[in-house]
Design a protein around this ligand. Structure first.
Ligand SMILES: [Zn+2]
Length: 387
């Protein structure tokens, strides 16, 4: 136990244990979402199960303070990846050893969710003492297609700031790369293979474009440099042996991009290369799912400064504000929908691997940061304690 955490809160530990013991693989979140709903209901808090694509749900809790004011979102995804082959413990039978709780999803990210749930309940108990609104969500499908986050942001809820309780304790994420898959379809014209000059060979035309894509000069971000792209595959024809000029080829480019670049920019870049080829073939560029826009918060914004203040107060050091190279639901919140979002929550190890664990000191400290920040952000009346 760290010197700043005097004792573990049995309620927080048992809530986390309960969440981890409830399997919730991507696409199978409903059982854990119902459990979360029951937990809120026992505290006198209503929740809604909102629809997401593919028959999935998001669990959403909204609590209003005494007066109108800012809207804060807190939460994250409640799905986990599958069971890796190297587990030596039971993935859904959580155990505590030293200051760690082991179990699938303990770190990513049921620890953060449990801490957020207790924060929301504390705010509910004192709702006559603050202004604005707090929204909590347990989103589906982050580990796969982010269908939960996609559905959630379709409705404008006026959210001013969002804390996604992902395992980033020392490295608080305030921006991230974007990532999409660009599909390019090339249509030529068939002819007998002995007279190729009479057709338009889609493979050759695709190859010309692939060479151009490989030599692209990418946008350079002044702080983070440039992103990369990689051609993932090329397909053509149906695999049959025949002497025919191929008239169709398709390929996929995995395209990473910096803040300052958009999905539309990526499409335009490829289309400009196509125009430069003067090709007799036709090219169609499309963007597939999943789709993650890049984002970057302003370090000097009131949201980030206020968060840093709470972090310093509780954890006793300066947060390390980082730019993330991986994508998450935050790309959809911030990059696509413009909701200022940062990632902070209890960390651990072995994410997406065997014997995943979350640090219980960080679990308690994260909850304290959430509470302190919410108190500042929602203009809590300072005269009574919030717990
Ligand atoms: Zn996660």
């Amino acid at each position: 136990m760290s010197p700043v955490v005097n004792a573990y809160d049995p309620e927080l530990i048992s809530l986390l244990t309960d969440l981890v013991a409830t399997p919730s693989f991507s696409g199978e979140e409903l059982t854990v979402q119902s459990r979360i709903a029951r937990w809120f209901s026992a505290a006198g808090i209503n929740s809604d199960l909102e629809d997401a694509d593919g028959g999935l749900k998001n669990l959403v809790v909204t609590i209003e303070g005494q007066k109108n004011g800012p809207v804060l979102w807190i939460g994250g995804h409640c799905d986990t990846v599958g069971v890796a082959s190297d587990w030596t413990k039971e993935p859904h039978r959580p155990v505590i050893e030293d200051n760690r709780l082991y179990g699938l999803g303990a770190m990513d990210m049921k620890g953060g969710l449990a801490a957020a749930m207790l924060t929301v309940r504390a705010l509910h108990r004192s709702r006559d003492q603050w202004s604005g609104k707090i929204i909590f969500s347990a989103l589906a499908d982050e580990e796969a297609w982010s269908r939960g986050a996609n559905a959630f942001v379709r409705k404008d809820r006026g959210i001013d700031a969002a804390i996604m309780c992902e395992p980033h304790f020392s490295d608080v994420i305030i921006g991230a790369l974007g990532k999409i898959n660009l599909k390019v379809e090339v249509t030529g014209r068939s002819a007998h293979g002995s007279r190729p000059e009479e057709g338009v060979n889609a493979v050759i035309e695709a190859a010309r474009l692939l060479v151009a894509i490989n030599g692209l000069e990418r946008f350079v971000h002044h702080d983070f440099g440039k992103a990369s792209h990689c051609v993932l595959n090329v397909t053509s024809g149906d695999g049959r042996y025949e002497i025919r000029v191929p008239d169709h080829t398709a390929f996929v480019v995995n395209w990473h991009f910096m803040p300052g670049e958009t999905v539309e920019d990526a499409v335009k870049t490829i289309e400009a290369l196509v125009a430069g080829l003067n090709s007799p073939a036709r090219f169609a560029v499309s963007v597939g799912e999943p789709r993650y826009e890049s984002f970057l918060l302003d370090k000097d914004s009131a949201f980030v400064s206020q968060f840093c203040e709470s972090y310093r107060l509780i954890i006793g050091k300066e947060p390390d504000l980082r730019f993330g190279r991986g994508v998450s639901d935050a790309n959809i919140f911030a990059g696509r929908s413009g909701i200022p979002t940062l990632l902070f929550g209890p960390d651990g190890a072995n994410m997406h691997a065997g014997d995943e664990w979350v640090d219980l000191d960080q679990l308690h400290l994260s909850r304290a940061v959430y509470l302190d920040f919410a108190r500042q952000f929602l203009k809590f009346n300072q005269t009574s304690p919030l717990q």
